[in-house]
Design a protein around this ligand. Sequence first.
Ligand code: ADP
Ligand code: MG
Length: 602
Amino acid sequence: MPRIRVLPDDVANRIAAGEVVERPASIVKELIENSLDAGATKIAVDILEGGRRLIRVTDNGEGMLPEDAVTCLVRHATSKLYNSEDLFSIKTLGFRGEALPSIASVSRLTLETQAAEGIGTAIEVAGGQIVAQREGAFPQGTQITVEELFYNVPARRKFLRSESYELSQVTSYCTHYALAFPEIQFLLKSGSFEVLSTPAVSDFRERIFQVFGSDLLDELVEHQREFGRLGLKIHVFTSRPHVQKYNRHSMFFFVNRRLVRDKIIMHAVGEAYRNMLPSGTYPVAILFVTVPFDDVDVNVHPAKTEVRFKHQGFIHDSIRDTIVTALTSDKTIVAMQATTNSGSPYGLPSPQPRVPDSWAGDDPILNAPFTLQSPPVVLEGQPRHLELSFGQLSEASPQPAPTYADFDRVKLEVRPLGQLRDSFIVATDLTGLILIDQHVAHERVLFENYLRQKLAGMLEVQRLLMPIVVALPPRQLVILENIVPELAHNGFEVEPFGPKTVAIKTAPAILKAGAVEKLLRELLDGLERETQVMNIDALKRKIAASVSCHAAIKINTPLDETRMRWLVGELMKTDVPTVCPHGRPIILRYDLREIERAFKRA
Ligand code: ADP
Ligand code: MG
């Protein structure tokens, strides 16, 4: 008996589905690509329960004749490719003839289609088998409805994440294609909630405005360059260096208007911003690369988001140089402040900080406006700024190594001596020298107080003089929708304000008004980056940590002795004085014995 067999089609389709249909978002991507290939000018996407229950894509494209409507569900059936030569100059988004049969094999799929001439067709498929077919008259175009995704593949169903996560992925693809095709009208709805709506416009700028609003558009530099020799064109909208994102979700790359995730392009963008952005932060970049169709291989992966360039190095350098030229020729670029991160993330002038009038706590650091403080107290016989340098010890002597403090010991009696660079409190206790990072120390104090006050239902809330209006990208709007109730528990009253903007009306009293917008943006950036479904407890702590971080005194802030004493005392009262809510160390200690040994007195 021979042991090798050719797999039946239904098995082959399910295997292909493993690569093409990862989650609802990948289905939306394939269906949108089909609609674009069919010449549609209007594409509507409807989602229920993050796509688990229903995904529907409706277009007004060329539609299909009855015979084609049946064939399109067959594996490797495509109208976009006729011979293997065509494979090297693909002008359409699809070409593998795999998407529809793959999707149909793992869901209940309904196809309704109507070409300009001839009769319309409706076909129902369940788990890859046609279960019903009828003729009818439909509006011109195609509507594909995918229900009960993975109903017949429970193992895959388990990998689906929360509704909001899946929806945010769907939103990401829709946003991508909306950016790349300004001439096409897109509408994305989750139930009755309109996530994205972009009527047709004439150029990319207008589309970016529709999707992200004017705040972001104002921060982007546009630049276009042609590299005649290889027929390469690069068109970029890239952010000024003071725009700093904490994840890569604001980078959108297209090659011949196909969305790609490409390491070479990513690297080129990174190079362009090297020394301009702090590490771990990313720009906003919307980048269109146009290359001759035969200079790029799109048949690298079934999901078609990876490409291989014939002239890879040249493309890399051209992208980098285009962005650098864009940034350096932009006269409005503000001087970079290397470490201070003040103001709004878009570098817009932030509203005048306002000391909350409702603050009733006894926190002298929050109460005192630092810019107007009394002259610093000079401690007896001590220079106010201690310049500590262990580096000048003779080479033979071992340098005392700072160790993370061990708390029972530090709690004994800590006496602040002064500040190092207005950022670190230098203190002693009975057994050594202690350095305290004032920002994270205060953050820890506020964090624990905040959680306590919240638990006791005593959180103080301030009504902002003017609501703060914030424009958010569609993905973040979706995330925000989900956390509105928890934000409200934390004193943030956030309401929809326009199609893509929200208004913040109240905030916790410990925050200055100027910090509120930045906090919300960082929080959403962080949540967007989160890959695990977040439980409510983690979310609570995250919000508390952000609030504390934004309310805490900054580094480079002089503190007088009273304030240092207060801060150190409060820190020692906290449950965990050693690490800040984000996990950074708060205290370093130099043990007396180490110091003696270093001075060769031991
Ligand atoms: P591919 O896009 O790689 O050709 P698909 O499985 O996605 O493979 O689609 C198969 C064929 O079905 C397409 O080549 C196209 O002819 C037809 N088709 C799919 N979706 C549409 C649509 N929305 N409008 C018109 N024709 C479509
Ligand atoms: Mg396709």
